[in-house]
Design a protein around this ligand. Sequence first.
Ligand SMILES: Cc1cc2nc3c(=O)[nH]c(=O)nc-3n(C[C@H](O)[C@H](O)[C@H](O)COP(=O)(O)OP(=O)(O)OC[C@H]3O[C@@H](n4cnc5c(N)ncnc54)[C@H](O)[C@@H]3O)c2cc1C
Length: 554
Amino acid sequence: MSPSDRADGGETLGTSFGAVEPFTAEERARLTPYFTNVDQPVFALVNLPEVVKGALFARYSRSPKSLRRLFLDEFADLATAEGAPARDIGIARAERLFERVFVEYGDDSVAQLGGVHLACEGVSNVLTKLLEWGRLMAYLEQSTRYVPYADRPGGRWRYHVPAEVRATPLARDYEATLDLMFETYARWLEPMQEHFRRRHPRQATDSEAVYRSTIRAKALDTLRGLLPAATKSNVGLYGTGQAYEALLLRLRASPLAEARACADLALTELRKVIPAFLRRVDTPDRGGAWSAYLAATREATEAAAARAVGSLVPDARPEVMLTDFDPEGEVKVVAAALYAVSGLPDDQLLAHARRMSAKDREAVLAAYVGERRNRRHKPGRALERTSYRFDVLTDYGAFRDLQRHRLLSLEWQPLGPRHGYAVPDAIEESGGGADWRRVMEASAALHDALAGAGLAPVASYAVCMAYRIRFYMEMNARETMHVLELRTAPQGHPAYRRVCQAMHRLIAEEAGHRGLAAAMRFVDHSAVELERLEAERRTDARLRALSETGSADR
Ligand SMILES: Cc1cc2nc3c(=O)[nH]c(=O)nc-3n(C[C@H](O)[C@H](O)[C@H](O)COP(=O)(O)OP(=O)(O)OC[C@H]3O[C@@H](n4cnc5c(N)ncnc54)[C@H](O)[C@@H]3O)c2cc1C
């Protein structure tokens, strides 16, 4: 290459990160369609198949070359002559690379390098919880607050009929009972809005749109307890090949036909995008054995539990209990706060923190937490030094929402009618109590009939979201801060707001972690009547401001 070939005149580009490799004009032209820049040390990859992006990154591990150089040397020839984006560029080559580093050496880091957006539509709420189990994925799910389930696409209410039930004599009961749930829900939609309109008349300062959507959200939030866990939802997922592999292995081990069928569909679709990442999933001696291990340990543990605790009956418990915490948690957080800014060993810091006066410890914690101007200003990892374990017994609707948090441990027990159900005050006040109870009784009867017929794994599809479920949440103080501050925000659902407010009180009063509880200063204990009102007002004001400046998307 002669110096004049260089687009930058032969000078190596420099930045504060150091020299950036120069490319010729011809190389730059070939790179441009696939990299967001060709002269900076930080760039994104675009218009390339996921598997190629993954393969390129995988080469970092064993090659001294820059990524763009690797692309030119190993993949660019496979691009179309014009350099136009082409879906299949380099796939065959990338697949060969994966064959070597991933399948043969089992190098999992490679499978973390390509991602896919996957849509799963018309899946039951039971399945959404399995889809959303993994920590290292992103999810977005249809909301029961904004989407009314009062329509009947194709003449059918939006619920899932499990394959296990379809061929049994209980299929008719199942459909009749779930029809009743949806009919009751749909019938109460207008009266419930009318109830809230009477109770909360529109204020002159609120637009009709703000008022209407606030009232509708309140009615939908109140009625969601009537919907069964079989209610269909749409979920969008984004994750890496590694995360999808783990998801598919879990789904394939599930006792639910719906989960296994979803795994088959997802595998087919994911293989159209990241085939190389998912080679092991259905190989009998790899993924097959892996799923079999998951299923076998679950079954063995169920059998062990039946022997060990099968004859015990649950003692009564409050909605939220703090079942484990470290009485020394705050002292440990103080020691941890000093760690990264000192040169002292971990145990020496802890011993010192124990000797410090309470006032001095407070000063360290105050410096570490700083002045938080909003809930997104979060202190660092020292807060991960102590954890809380909560046992929660609350309605399934609230559980669904809290289960979405990923940086914690959360497990739940089978959903059934044995812990009773919640009845929102507004239901009784508006005269809906009898209908509510009729639906709950029908739900319990169907659940018990299914369980009695040997269909226990699918019995929870029939259970309404107002029924209580027991689950634990174990989380460090940093995640606790995030969860409690988000989930007590005034626009949150009253059920999980109540649960999270109780958690906050327990941290302060039972754990005695008053300093940490105070650091969670955006936990909101106020009573709110119309959860969405302030948020709708803010959105309305923003839209008005935008439309006045001409930039609103009308
Ligand atoms: C009022 C309200 C309405 C909502 N409506 C909807 C809705 O309609 N649909 C819906 O799907 N959800 C809805 N949610 C749920 C919400 O948007 C989040 O998905 C949920 O709270 C869990 O995710 P998180 O990031 O908040 O917290 P966590 O999963 O607990 O994570 C805590 C933090 O860790 C980091 N983190 C965790 N995992 C990752 C990861 N994989 N990658 C990068 N960073 C990560 C992030 O900083 C995150 O904020 C609603 C929540 C509220 C409060």
